[in-house]
Design a protein around this ligand. Structure first.
Ligand code: ADP
Ligand code: ASP
Ligand code: MG
Length: 418
């Protein structure tokens, strides 16, 4: 007998019909003799609807109250799915995050799971029930409801699987696996049978929203076998492989992109020790995360220019803070642009293959796309370009690296090493 954790996202539980279909799928697994824990999201559109409601009352809603509000979406789904399961003669019980002791820190709206007490869930499973848990939510030490950030039900599911030592965590969604890039942007994107955990972590952190980044982190840390599959059709989906050698030796596995970026530049700052700290210190004190950073020596060598990116939601605030820093440092000018995107190539094979960056830049140049920033790490290359070039850029790169072909030029056995 196996213990499986299944997570169904918003689209998969988006209507009564779909909830009934999920119940059928869950029952099929249980009838095979498996113990099943189901983690569900709110019905599609519901979390957005609740956030919009709050914003009609407060421009920057109180985070604690926001969590009380948005966690209700998942509570609706657990009850409806449990009813649907009972209709099929499958005993089920629903629980909120707090009821199964999903304990988090107190960072409202972006809380991190600390631990889960699986005792209650285990007892229900042993009594033959399917356990239906609300994703996205937990409770802090003070008993306050918390939520885990958008897409957080993925993390609830993986954390639950880790706590219960499950045999597999299955993420059911509206695509049948992880693709070489978002199939909504590039219809020629190809489903991957496997992707390494490390690559999936990069893809998620670089903007690919198919899995929440913390879900991937958890899966790696606790070695939870993780699979992404379609809730609408049968198939093997994509396995997030913890064993690197089992994966085909692709140089490039995929392309991620992030539309949530904004860029800020401060020009003509005196080039002295401590200047980076004076610029970025106040930004980090305001709890604003900085992503890419570039520092350039200006032509006069006495001053320097700084450019960095932040989340688009933090753009206005970061710009204000930078304005104050600019006055203190007697900088020449502050510039900003919130119509940019980041596009990234990801692949573990980059470690052993040169020439990927130049091929990437050539493909973008051919389409007349200007690169505004570049950053690289061992297994990824990211560029910042104007937002209007997102689709063209992703498609051009997908094409340049033949990612639509299983046996593509992006594999190590071919010519990517030139
Ligand atoms: P759910 O509501 O089930 O959590 P999400 O919308 O969060 O679903 O994630 C699934 C979506 O992720 C897909 O519909 C797809 O548009 C998008 N996506 C982005 N990048 C990828 C990728 N590389 N492979 C598959 N899907 C991706
Ligand atoms: N309902 C939450 C959201 O829309 C969590 C999730 O679906 O994973 O972000
Ligand atoms: Mg999601």
């Amino acid at each position: 007998m196996s213990l499986i954790v299944q997570k169904y996202g918003g689209t998969s539980v988006g209507s009564v019909e779909r909830i009934n279909a999920v119940a059928e799928r869950v029952k099929t697994w249980r009838d095979l003799g498996d113990q099943v824990v189901v983690v569900v999201s709110a019905m599609s559109g519901e979390t957005d609807r609740l956030i919009a409601l709050a914003r009609k009352i407060q421009e920057r809603p109180n985070p604690r109250e926001m969590d009380v509000l948005v966690s209700t979406g998942e509570q609706v789904t657990i009850a409806l799915l449990s009813m649907a399961l009972e209709n099929l003669g499958c005993p089920a019980k629903s629980y909120t995050g707090g009821q199964v002791h999903i304990r988090t820190d107190s960072a409202h709206c972006k809380a991190r799971i600390r631990d889960i007490d699986g005792v209650r869930v285990k007892a229900d499973l042993d009594a033959g029930r399917v356990v239906v848990v609300a994703g996205f939510q937990g409770v802090d030490d003070g008993g306050n409801i918390t939520t885990l950030g958008r897409g957080g039900s993925d993390t609830s599911a993986v954390a639950m699987a880790a706590a219960l030592n499950a045999d597999e965590c299955q993420i059911y969604t509206d695509v049948d696996g992880v693709y070489t890039t978002d199939p909504r942007i590039e219809p020629r994107a190809r489903k991957l049978d496997r992707i390494t955990f490390e690559e999936m972590l990069e893809m998620a952190s670089l903007g690919s929203k198919v899995l929440q980044i913390r879900a991937v982190e958890f899966a790696g840390k606790y070695r939870v076998p993780l699979r992404v599959l379609s809730s609408f059709e049968a198939g093997e989906g994509t396995l997030i492989s913890l064993e690197e050698e089992t994966v085909e030796d692709a140089v490039i596995s995929g392309i991620a992109f992030n539309r949530d970026e904004a860029k800020l530049t401060i020009l003509g700052v005196p080039d002295q020790p401590g200047v980076a700290h004076k610029i970025l210190g106040p930004i980090s004190d305001a709890n604003i995360e900085v992503d890419m950073i570039i520092q350039n020596i200006a032509a006069d060598e006495a001053t320097t220019d700084f450019t960095f990116t932040v989340h688009r939601n933090d753009y206005e605030r970061a710009r204000e803070i930078l304005g104050s820093a600019a006055r203190i440092l007697a900088a020449r000018e502050v510039l900003g642009d919130d119509e940019i995107v980041k596009i990234s190539l990801v692949g573990v094979g980059m470690r052993s293959h040169a020439g990927i960056a130049s091929r990437m830049f050539a493909a973008l140049a051919k389409e007349g796309i200007n690169i505004r920033m570049i950053s690289t790490s061992e297994i990824k290359i990211s560029v910042v370009v104007d937002e209007k070039y997102l689709e063209l850029g992703v498609r051009a790169l997908h094409d340049a690296f033949d990612l639509h072909l299983a046996d593509s030029a992006a594999t190590g056995s071919n010519s990517a090493s030139n």
